[in-house]
Design a protein around this ligand. Structure first.
Ligand SMILES: *Cc1c(COP(=O)(O)O)cnc(C)c1O
Length: 409
């Protein structure tokens, strides 16, 4: 028998993805502080760099270039140097970690908070740990939950019950099927980032109370953006005290990097004590933490950025509506435009980039179900009215004239 051909094997793995039109090409961007949503794009073919407008960024409020955030990062870098120097346990806890965790507990009005390397790590670490620590635990998970939650729940190695997306009846049916005395976690998101819809948080908390379940809410796409202090949709709806654990990120509206959980002190301390993904990794560096804290603190008081994004999203949705483009009408700031086929989705984004200097990344399977391939568009606080008008005009033009789109019709 021939020996296993490793290289051939991996080439075949990639071929399959390419044949389906869902191979991922990364755009090489240089964000320019002060000019976002503009950035310099360097094409892979070596042709010269050019300025493009980003329409798929999660830096929703432009905080990644906010002067207060940059100043805090610079100061921390100059004060404390580049790295944290260790894991949290072994010389890697700094005043920047402690201050940021205090700021987060205050944001969500919880007893404690814990910062982790990213939102992904926070979800994976918290859900796997909480599940493992509770014998006979049953975990109820929304069918559209993010990969990081799915991974954490799988890692908990407990019974997992998946309820249909935002379907309260189905959730209740599943809750009822499990002995009331068993520990339970309901894990869900507020803003679902691929459809742009928002969970019925109050009703889920009502069910949690009725069936004595712990609630775990991912507010990754909502912190900074919703609520009078940026505490998320739960804050906006006056429900923060009814959610047991709130998870978030600094990577999206806060414009930085890192993730966190907040909740009862004993729960947070348990994650701190038992989560592998928290324990065995170098902690985030001072500059990143200082920047994140400056961003969180700024958005606790400033309303300007939230007002700007509301205004821009409203203008963008109304303009799309006016020309009949098929976007999913969610309540949130995210605007998914359904294309419905991966190759066409890819062609469309190529045309936008190559002919119009507009950067949008196609969203294909497995991120979304096959047949629902889409452009996930984000009008940020930093886009101008002119950016929005030009974007909608371009999309309308492509939708009605370009051959690439005939496949869809
Ligand atoms: C992006 C995302 C995460 C992960 O956050 P990162 O800080 O980027 O790792 C978690 N949950 C949801 C719903 C997300 O969209």
């Amino acid at each position: 028998m021939d020996h296993f051909d490793y290289i051939k094997h991996f080439e075949n793995c990639i071929e399959g993805v390419k044949a389906e039109g869902r191979y991922r090409y990364f755009a090489n961007l240089e964000r320019i502080a002060g000019k976002f949503p503009k950035a310099m794009y360097r094409p892979a073919d070596g042709s010269s760099a050019r300025e493009v407008t980003i329409w798929c960024s999660n830096d929703y409020l432009g905080m990644g270039q906010h002067p207060a955030v940059l100043k805090a990062a610079h100061e921390a870098l100059d004060n404390s140097g580049a790295g944290a120097g260790g894991t949290r346990n072994i010389s890697g806890t700094t005043r920047y970690h402690v201050e940021l965790e205090e700021s987060l507990a205050d944001l969500h009005q919880k007893e404690a908070a814990l910062v982790m390397s990213s939102g992904y790590v926070a979800n994976e670490g918290a859900l796997s740990t909480l599940g493992k620590l509770m014998p006979e635990c049953a975990i109820f998970s929304d069918s559209m939950n993010h990969a990081s939650m799915i991974h954490g729940i799988r890692e908990a190695k407990q019974e997992k019950l998946i309820y249909r997306h935002n379907d309260l009846e189905h959730l209740e049916e599943l809750l009822k099927s499990v002995d009331i005395n068993r520990p339970k976690i309901i894990a869900f998101e507020s803003v679902y980032s691929m459809d742009g819809d928002i969970a019925p948080i109050k009703e889920i908390c009502d069910l949690a109370e009725k069936y004595n379940a712990l609630t775990y809410l991912d507010e990754v796409h909502a912190v900074g953006l919703y609520g009078p202090r940026g505490g998320g949709v739960a804050e906006e709806r006056g429900l923060m005290d009814r959610v047991d654990i709130i998870e978030g990120t600094f990577g999206k509206a806060y414009g930085c990097m890192g993730g966190f959980i907040t909740g009862p002190a004993a729960v947070v301390d348990s994650v701190r004590t038992f989560a592998s993904g928290f324990i065995f990794t170098t902690s985030l560096p001072p500059s990143v933490l200082a920047a994140a804290r400056a961003s969180v603190e700024h958005l606790k008081v400033s309303q300007i950025e939230r007002q700007r994004i509301r205004r821009n999203v409203k203008m963008f949705k109304e303009a799309l509506e006016a020309v009949d483009l098929p976007y999913l009408r969610g309540e949130s700031h995210i605007v998914p435009l359904i294309v419905g086929e991966p190759t066409c989705c890819r062609d469309l984004t190529d045309i936008l980039m190559n002919e119009y200097n507009i950067y949008v990344q196609p969203i294909n399977y497995p991120t979304v179900p096959r047949g629902t391939e889409r452009l996930r568009l984000t009008a940020t606080a930093a886009h101008s009215a002119e950016d929005i008008t030009r974007m909608v005009g371009t999309l309308h033009h492509l939708w009605t004239t370009h051959h690439a789109l005939r496949a869809v019709a």
